[in-house]
Design a protein around this ligand. Structure first.
Ligand SMILES: [Zn+2]
Length: 134
């Protein structure tokens, strides 16, 4: 898993560099580790019509689904900020759709992981019980 964490960090950093955030200036990169041991990237993609923008995690989950993934082992979210950022509520729900009890959420700056949570810690009362998503 240590190698995979290093890969997640590298992928999220690459995604962060590709973020399209001309309005907020706040770039976010995300990397999803699927049960196929593949890594899927996403970056935030803003739009001049603000509600049309999408989160980095949202785009990474979409890439995971399109790539054929079935379960999410881990998600790493990266931003260049003093305080780590967590997936928003909607993205936690999106991750939950493909999660199990072991799904881990890593919050990172541009260099390293600063906090680690289980999805259940961040979304303790998900809309669907995680047990039915096994
Ligand atoms: Zn989100």
């Amino acid at each position: 898993m240590r190698d995979k964490i290093a890969e997640l960090l590298a992928a999220a950093k690459q995604a962060h560099g590709r973020a399209y955030a001309p309005y907020s200036g706040f770039k976010v990169g995300a990397a999803v580790l699927g049960d196929d041991d593949k890594i899927y990237m996403g970056c935030n993609t803003e739009n001049i019509s603000y509600p049309c923008g999408s989160c980095a995690e949202q785009n990474a989950v979409g890439a995971f689904v399109c790539g054929g993934g079935h379960k999410i082992k881990a998600v790493l979210v990266m931003a260049d900020s003093i305080k780590t950022i967590s997936p928003c509520g909607a993205c936690l729900q999106r991750i939950n759709e493909f999660a199990d009890k072991e799904t881990t959420i890593y919050l990172a700056d541009l260099e390293k992981i600063r906090q680690t949570y289980s999805l259940r810690e961040l979304l303790p009362n998900a809309f669907n019980d995680l047990e039915i998503n096994k």
